[in-house]
Each structure stands twice: as structure tokens, then as C-alpha cells.
Ligand binder design. Structure first.
Ligand code: GLN
Length: 431
């Protein structure tokens, strides 16, 4: 590998997992502060006294997510700088001298005519660096007339002071690094309106084409045992017995000693770099779809999120596609630089590159029917392409998940508990 222009970046990144309930912003802030204080104590006891460089909160981290109408959400919407979530993030940034990213309901102006589902990026000094608005909306956003990001997916520069070392001179001084960064809020990872072709992988392809190095995902992603809009519609047509399903959710929570909103204040703090997540193949029987073992990640969701980053995963069949002749012909029609990771010039545009992804997903239950999947985690796509091709080729399809050796799982929180995960990540960028 050419090391001439490479910089090794060293960051400590944290994802916060919360269970906010609508109408309980102050309670959520109180719990979040308790959690952050415990985190600070643990952090200060760490060897080497390393600071945290970035803390990522979930989508709608403090307000709750399941708003049923415009009137329901209006009291919780603010312009960015007036938002209690932004002010909270400023305090977090100053407390830890780090970047903070937080999801919140935004009104474009004080008149509250245009609303967005947004994420603010706050600098260590408490300044607003960037504000991203969700581009692909989920059913719940339709309830309150959320607008799509008019700018669609966006990338932006984020500078980390003294966090890089030139690979050709590792004994030299640490240098500042400006990372090509993007934000994807939950549904941004899904096919547009669940209607676009699955393999388009719009958000991942955007990140690949723009050479994004740091992908930040605040989320309120649902656990598969949730009752969704589709289930209710199906029920109207064929009577699927929603009351029984609601009762099952309640009974399941009760059997785990929990109320209908799930777990709060039973914090999980994981700062252990050695506590990596064991990969599990998506077809494996070890993938548990039930909402239990709340301190364990939901591997079906972890696998699904990774599958949505298919362009970043090593996939043998790309070489075969490339060997079938003119890729330029394919790309002439496509109107964008890559498809499933293949580009005009190379069979894998991500080969030999690195990107870090952080998922901060909320947990808990809202409205008795919407369970969130937690499992917040930190990942590195390592761009490695040097595996035994013949061996892997046999089960390519099985490897578009956490078992793919081109993705490293630094760790995940459990599916159902509030908490913080922090990892030291090292990756290479080219400059
Ligand atoms: N696709 C996501 C899900 O099914 C969307 C949720 C969201 O955008 N909050 O959970």
C-alpha cells in the first residue's frame, strides 16, 4: 500500500442511547446529565487521560419521536439556536471540550411554517458548525408535515485538532485533520420512501462518491416487533388482531420487570475497546428477533444497517462484473459515479480506503406499539480486498453483513438500555 500521502487518524468517539418520552423533555435532560456525569467519571479514570473527540446523540434525542400531528409537535419545534436541544448540546460540548451532534425537531423560522427533522453539529467551543435536515422521511414524519431537506444529502468538513500523524513520519508531531463528514438521519439509510430499488443504496452511494470519511447517523430505528403503519393498514384489510399484538408487547415488557415505555436509568456504560461485537451472519439462528436481552445488541438490525452500506462492503462478484467488459457503457446510462460500489474506473471504488460510521440509535418504547432497536455502535469500513477470493466467493451472499471482513465492529450497546458507548478508532485518510 502507498503510504506517501496517508495520515493515520486517531479519534475517541461516543454514541449516546436514550429513551426519551414525549412531554418529558426535562426528565430526559436530567437522566442524560446523570449519564454524562457517570461517563465523565469513567473517562477521567482512563489510562493515558484521553479526551472524547465527539459525542453523538440520537434522532429527536430529547423530545421523543412518535408525534401524531402537527399540533402535537409544534410546542417542541424551535429554530436551531433557540432549540433546548441545541443549548443542551452546547453544554455537552463545553463539558467535554468535544464536538456534539444532536437530533431535534427544527422550525425554519419563528413562524413555524416549515418544519424539519434535523441534527445540529456543535463545536467544542459551543458554536453551531453545521445543521443537517433529514432527506428521506419515515411515515411518522408525515403525521406532522415534515419537509424534506431541500439540499438533500450533504457533506461538510470537520476539523479535529492534533489528531493525525503522517504515516511516513510517525515520530513527528500530531497534525490537525479535516475530515470529510456527512450525517444520515435514520430513514436516510433506507430506500427513498421504501420505494426506490434496494440496491441503489442512495445514502451509502452518496458517501462513496463524495469520499466521505466520517458518517454520523442519529437514529430512531424501530425494532422488528414494532407495530407499524403497514401493520395497521393490513389489519384494516384482513384483521391481523392489533389488540393481541399490543398486549403481547405489554406482557413481554412486564415479564422483564419493565413498564410500557421500556427501560430508563439502568445505564450501560461501555468504554472498553476490547469489548468488540461478535459478528453473526444474517441467516444464522443466533439472530434473535425477540425484544429481550436488552443489554445485547439486536444483530438483525446491525446486519441490516451494514447491508445498506453494501457499496462499502467487499463483494467478489464486482470483479466478475468488471471482467464482463465495458463498465463505461453501464455508467453512461446510470448518471452517477458508482453503483453497488462499482465505478467507471474500478471494480470497487472503496478499495483501500477507510470510513468510520457511528450509529446513535434511541431505545425504549413509545405509544405502546413502537419499540426502538437501540444497538448504537461504531464501525470501520476498512476497504480491505485481500481476502481469499476463492473461499469467499463460495458464499458471497452470506457475507453482506457483520461477518464481512471489510467491516470492523468496534462495539455496540444493547437494544433496550440507555447508555453510552465510546471507542478509540484509528483509520487512514489520504491527503
Ligand atoms: N427505516 C427506519 C425504520 O424502519 C426509519 C425510522 C426513522 O426514520 N426514524 O425504523
Amino acid at each position: 500500500m502507498k503510504t506517501a500521502n496517508k495520515i493515520l487518524v486517531d479519534l475517541s468517539i461516543a454514541a449516546v442511547q436514550l429513551n426519551p418520552q414525549i412531554g418529558k423533555v426535562n426528565e430526559t435532560i436530567t437522566r442524560a446529565k446523570m449519564l454524562l456525569n457517570q461517563f465523565k467519571t469513567k473517562l477521567e479514570k482512563r489510562e493515558g487521560n484521553k479526551n472524547v473527540d465527539m459525542i453523538v446523540f440520537p434522532e429527536f434525542a430529547l423530545t421523543g419521536y412518535n408525534f401524531l400531528s402537527r399540533d402535537h409537535i409544534l410546542p417542541y419545534t424551535h429554530t436551531t439556536k433557540e432549540s433546548p436541544s441545541f443549548k443542551f448540546a452546547q453544554n455537552v460540548s463545553k463539558m467535554f471540550n468535544c464536538y456534539t451532534v444532536i437530533g431535534y425537531p427544527e422550525s425554519e423560522t419563528e413562524s413555524k411554517k416549515v418544519l424539519y427533522n434535523s441534527a445540529a453539529v456543535v463545536s467544542p467551543q459551543g458554536e453551531l458548525i453545521f445543521n443537517y435536515r433529514k432527506s428521506f422521511l419515515y411515515f411518522t414524519e408525515d403525521n406532522w408535515g415534515c419537509s424534506e431537506n431541500p439540499k438533500q444529502f450533504q457533506n461538510f468538513p470537520l476539523t479535529f485538532k492534533k489528531k493525525g500523524k503522517k504515516l511516513k513520519d510517525m515520530s513527528g508531531d500530531a497534525i490537525d485533520v479535516t475530515l470529510n463528514t456527512s450525517i444520515g438521519i435514520c430513514m436516510d439509510l433506507s430506500p427513498y420512501k421504501f420505494e426506490a430499488p434496494f440496491n441503489d443504496c442512495e445514502f451509502a452511494s452518496f458517501n462513496l462518491d463524495r469520499k466521505v470519511e466520517l458518517i454520523i447517523c442519529p437514529m430512531a430505528w424501530l425494532h422488528s416487533s414494532s407495530i407499524t403503519k403497514q401493520d395497521y393498514e393490513l389489519n384494516e384489510r384482513s384483521n391481523q388482531d392489533i389488540p393481541k399484538k399490543l398486549n403481547d408487547i405489554e406482557e413481554n415488557l412486564k415479564s422483564q420487570g419493565l413498564s410500557i415505555i421500556g427501560s430508563q436509568s439502568d445505564f450501560q456504560l461501555d468504554l472498553d475497546n476490547n469489548n468488540k461485537t461478535d459478528p453473526v451472519a444474517s441467516g444464522s439462528l443466533d439472530v434473535d428477533h425477540t425484544y429481550n436481552k436488552l443489554s445485547k445488541p439486536d444483530m438483525s438490525n446491525v446486519n441490516y444497517w451494514l447491508l445498506r452500506f453494501l457499496p462499502f462492503l467487499q463483494l467478489n462478484v464486482r470483479k466478475y462484473w468488471a471482467s464482463r467488459g465495458s463498465m463505461s457503457d453501464i455508467f453512461e446510462d446510470l448518471g452517477r459515479p458508482s453503483y453497488m460500489g462499482v465505478s467507471k474506473n474500478t471494480y470497487w471504488a472503496f478499495s483501500n480506503r477507510n470510513s468510520i460510521m457511528i450509529n446513535a440509535n434511541r431505545c425504549g418504547v413509545e405509544s405502546g406499539d413502537t419499540l426502538f432497536a437501540g444497538s448504537s455502535g461504531i464501525y470501520k469500513f476498512n476497504g480491505r480486498d485481500d481476502f481469499n477470493m476463492a473461499e469467499l466467493a463460495k458464499d458471497d451472499n452470506k457475507r453482506l453483513d457483520s461477518t464481512n471482513p471489510s467491516v470492523e465492529l468496534y462495539g455496540n450497546l444493547g437494544k433496550g438500555k440507555e447508555g453510552i458507548i465510546m471507542r478509540d478508532v484509528q483509520f487512514e485518510i489520504e491527503r
